[in-house]
Design a protein around this ligand. Structure first.
Ligand SMILES: Cc1ncc(COP(=O)(O)O)c(C=O)c1O
Length: 369
């Protein structure tokens, strides 16, 4: 049987176009709570660094400049109390490209394995990265706490697995996973665990954690400045952990020409070296999460719990698309139906609290609550 040609599926957010038309009919326009794109400004020092690094004319180092990797190392030391050698840290062009491309490189390294394991309710790029690599994407069921049900992974899938993705705090659920258990599972089965920690600065029930706190061998942590420092447009992220895996990926990515632009690297240094703006942003999200939940539950009668981490509300609305459409018509707001994150999320809705407070209050007014 010949292989089928790859046809990219509709991009999840493009599926909201029909709802956007209803929302746009409101005076004041759409209140977009769908994509998790930050709306608050980065700090002025970070923006200034973008135009003063004098790094435009030469090629930037693919692995990340020494100052960028040092800033990443220092942040991990301050934030998690871990020591990671500079040689075990490297830059990526935001974390999405890393999520989408790591499986193809990992497969070349271990041609005997063909399976990518990822959380059943999760950021869609874990599955897409597997598909783009020609790998078998296998969704790992979620346990009652919203983490990976590692015991549900069959022996056959474990034996074929190239990598396991874990994401804590989770997009979309906000759940905090057991990273120690994920690291142990990976070491037991000889499967590299990739831990996407891009929301780690925003946790509400316990301190943010890195998988690297449970040892560096066999694990790679992925961090991004997009959410932490409101820099999604600048594209700075990094990965760190297992010596062999990081060295391998660094080398491959040099050949591919994956490079964070020099001015962006310079801005990343300033952002990583400052924690005060993150503390302030945390307060902003905490307040917005509470207020938006209050508005939506008053209007709909549906319980809207606070997440354990992240900046998304995730709740059972019985039918995610129906709720999203009603909210677009009556409140002019766009939210993400839960099936964007896997079939298991179909009853749910994800609301990103990424609009300024005035827009959130505009929503309350439109909904009459
Ligand atoms: C879980 C998760 N990982 C990775 C990303 C990608 O972020 P970026 O590419 O901006 O670093 C996102 C963005 O929404 C995300 O939710």
């Amino acid at each position: 049987m010949s292989a089928q040609p790859f046809v990219p599926p509709p991009y999840p957010y493009d599926r909201l176009d029909a709802l956007a038309k209803h929302a746009a009919a409101h005076d004041g326009g759409v209140i977009d709570l769908s994509i998790g794109t930050p709306c608050d400004p980065p700090t002025p020092a970070v923006v200034a660094a973008l135009s003063s690094s004098n790094s435009e004319r030469g090629y930037p180092p693919s692995i990340g400049s020494e100052p960028l990797r040092s800033a990443a190392r220092d942040w991990m030391q301050r934030r998690f109390g871990i020591d990671v050698a500079l040689s075990q840290i490297a830059a990526c062009v935001g974390s999405k490209e890393f999520v989408a491309t790591a499986p193809q490189y990992m497969k070349l390294r271990r041609p005997d394995r063909d399976t990518v394991l990822f959380p059943a309710v999760s950021y869609p790029t874990y599955e897409m990265g597997a598909i783009l690599a020609g790998c078998r994407p296998v969704a790992v069921p979620m346990n009652a706490a919203g983490g990976l049900d590692l015991a549900a992974i069959s022996a056959a899938d474990a034996a074929r697995a190239l990598m396991l993705w874990v994401n804590s705090p989770s997009n979309p659920t906000g759940a905090l996973d057991d990273l120690s258990a994920a690291a142990t599972w990976g070491r037991t089965h000889g499967v590299t665990v990739f831990s996407d920690e891009c929301y780690v600065e925003f946790t509400w029930q316990r301190a943010g954690e890195s998988i690297l706190q449970h040892g560096l061998d066999g694990v790679v942590a992925l961090h991004s400045l997009s959410k932490r420092s409101n820099l999604a447009g600048v594209r700075v992220a990094f990965y760190a952990g297992d010596k062999d895996v990081v060295t391998y990926l660094k080398e491959v990515r040099k050949h591919v020409g994956m490079m964070v632009p020099g001015p962006a690297q310079a801005a990343g240094v300033v952002a990583l070296n400052d924690d005060a703006h993150v503390a302030a942003q945390r307060e902003v999200y905490a307040k917005r999460l509470r207020r938006t939940a209050e508005i939506l539950s008053k209007w709909s009668g549906v319980a809207v719990p606070q997440p354990a981490g992240g900046f998304y509300l995730w709740f059972d609305a019985r039918d995610g698309w129906q709720f999203a459409e009603k909210l677009a018509r009556e409140g002019g707001a766009l939210v993400s139906p839960g099936d964007f994150y896997g079939a298991g999320g179909a009853n749910n809705v994800r609301v990103a609290v990424v609009q300024p407070d005035a827009k959130i209050e505009m929503l309350a007014k439109r909904l009459g609550v």
